[in-house]
Design a binder for this molecule. Sequence first.
Ligand code: FAD
Ligand code: 2HG
Ligand code: ZN
Length: 471
Amino acid sequence: MMDIGANLRTRLEAAVGAPHVLTDLAAMQPYLLDWRGRYQGRAFAVVRPGNTAEVAAVVGACADAQVGIVPQGGNTGMCGGATPDDSGHAVVLSLLRMNRVRATDPANATITVEAGVPLASVQAAAAAAGLNFPLSLGSEGSCTIGGNLSTNAGGTAVLRFGNARDLVLGLEVVLADGRVWDGLRGLRKDNTGYDLKHLFVGAEGTLGVITAAVLKLFPAPAHRATALAAVADPQRAVDLLRGLKSSLGDRLVGFELISGVALAMCRKHHPELPDPLPGHAWYVLVQADDTAAGGGLPADVERALGKALERGDAVDVAIAQSGEQAQTLWALRENISEAQRREGLNIKHDISLPVSVIPEFLVTAETALNRAFPGVRFVVFGHLGDGNLHYNLSAPANESSEHFLANAPAANRIVHDMVAARAGSISAEHGIGQLKRAELTHYKSALEIELMRAVKFALDPSGLLNPGKVL
Ligand code: FAD
Ligand code: 2HG
Ligand code: ZN
């Protein structure tokens, strides 16, 4: 084992240069702990290649040594997918140095970027070309496009633009044996057999290492309207969604549900943020964009929200009067995860359901969980416009979060059984990672698991790519 280790280290250093092979524990630590603080892993080394050939050399070296590889982007994932196990045998392959925008093609409305480009930088590069890359997440300053594609990330604009899968036209991928698949095509039509890129999207690094992608761009918004609405209950939020869809059409981009509890927790940990509509149990954050030059959007949004107030779908409304106010409203939404993290370890349920079912689900689930875990705090928020809720639970005020976490299996069973009974999904946008591996086999049919295993075996027969994740 010593010889294999020494030999692997020599090959890794030859591949990427010694300064980019980290083996010192303190230097590796940021790569070994997940964002939520749920998983602490160990690794043989953290390797930071700077280009595709270096990634291929690293993967080839690991394949020869039969050593597992854990691809990692910004390490903001919610399911422990980017954290190695605690054996200390795996190599963490960080894509962060692969951060170049390779090309923008405004006429084709595409951009070609390397996997380690932060999402915010992809957005900025698109904007610099006068276009829009619409994927938008609270973590966009630190997550990478490679991680977004590997988790098929969703975020706040799925209602209008779809998730990461819908935004990709081509990929470059290093396969388990170190060969490079060049699928960097910028085509909107290409029916030449199986669409291989979609295998790697959402695969969480278990089928290949994404090194670059061709992404779709869209016209930049000329006008934007952002508003916070207080609603009496989730059914009214669903009614508001219907009303806004019919009056704004596809100008409606974001429709985020926020419970009063989630908003209060956000403001507790971010006291600098205002409380624009105090004292309500539920809120909706609305964003509408218009790419056309005419200035009718603000008036249309005001009219639509006015009608909602008349119907009782909304009980109070605050419309942002400036870009700065819009940002503040979004900060109330985007900082909930961080606030809940500061509050302590918590149990997350990243679920999706038909939008129509959500109000009934919320009532039924709350009753059952209150019975099982008296005093549990419901930190509910999420992307109601596309049916995705973050149905998160924090410890009762008088219980330590570490102690509360022991309830996770029982809480998961209650919530996920209810989701399954309503034809929903136990992972809407965060993936499976190591957090939901057992849940996946519990809820997927044997046939689906068999097909997934067949794909895994075809692409990674030795099981070296992100071992212990997803399957
Ligand atoms: P990582 O965490 O580094 O990795 C995630 C998974 O992808 C791992 O399995 C890893 O092995 C794999 N991987 C990473 N890069 C590659 C690659 N190049 N090739 C192959 N596999 C790879 N998610 C949403 O979907 N919607 C949200 O609204 C959202 N909001 C968030 C808000 C906050 C504050 C935070 C902390 C997270 C949020 N997330 C959200 C979760 C997370 O940001 C996303 O899952 C994101 O896509 C992960 O990107 P990353 O670069 O950090 O990936
Ligand atoms: C969001 O929508 C993210 O803010 C994170 O997906 C959700 O913290 C969470 O559970
Ligand atoms: Zn989300």
